[in-house]
Ligand binder design. Sequence first.
Ligand code: FES
Length: 342
Amino acid sequence: MAFQVRIRQSDSPVAVEPGQTILAAALAQGVAYPHGCQSGNCGACKSRQYAGDIELAPYSEYALTAAERADGLILACRAMPWSDAEVAWLEADEVVVHPLRQMICRVTALEPATHDIRIVRLDILSGGPFAFSAGQYARVTFKGLPARDYSMANRPDQDGLEFHIRQLGGGTASVYAATQLKPGDRVAIEGPFGTSYLREQHTGPIVAIAGGSGLAPIKSIVETALARGMRQDIRLYFGVRDERDLYHEAPLRALAAAHDNFRMTPVLSEPSGPTTRRTGFVHRVVDAELGDVDGMKAYLAGPPPMVEAASMLLAGRGIRREDIHADAFYTEAEKTALGGTP
Ligand code: FES
């Protein structure tokens, strides 16, 4: 016996057979439900569950974080009801759907950003065009190695792709990128993925917090917002350990000089010598400087402890959970330890 699922944006309920997903049933019954990969990887079908008993098949935690699940969000392409239910897909500004692409790219340039972060620039040879939203990521495969997720650091309207790859101890892909990758090499890219992207309809203030190579998606978000003429107050905090871990500072300073609504603040957590910079944990500096959070959105990217601490701080300061767009950079070992599906 089919269950009746009411979709708030649709006039009549959808009948979902046992074992069928809400997305599959909705599409079969002519409902234009937003979707992308249909496999729990992109987050495009993210929805809010209002009533009913709904089971989720395995999905990527990048498509739906544990915090979002706990907050009542589901992925319609993974959602199988066990009772009548009620859901709504997220509002238009919360959902972007770009075609999933599988591309072959070529390395055009490699630049050291810091002692352990390398900037990799690519041209798309085949499989494009590649549309994405600022803040999204792609699955990157270097020859013969397991795929790894990296955020695009360039603006979506720019030619080519830019990734910031930090060398991790024991990380085969990142060590390869740091030591063996060379101009002309082919790289396979699949994407885009992720829901921590710039909401371009938003007009309230923005606080962006990056840790280490988490600057990549945050750089894309900030540069895109300014290029699109977004006029609200935009504050970027860039947290690193020490002076040698800072990068891309001069271009960001130039951006701040050109846009009076944008400011950036580097924060050193473990300075090895005297410094005139802000010091301490980046979320504490944000806490001390954060003004009125009314209508504010936050974009966070970096190591999980930083992202978690900043998320808790911002939620505690009154920013709504759905206005905190967080991208924690788990290593493969951390993902396995958490039991997440890759
Ligand atoms: S369509 Fe559901 S996660 Fe991609």
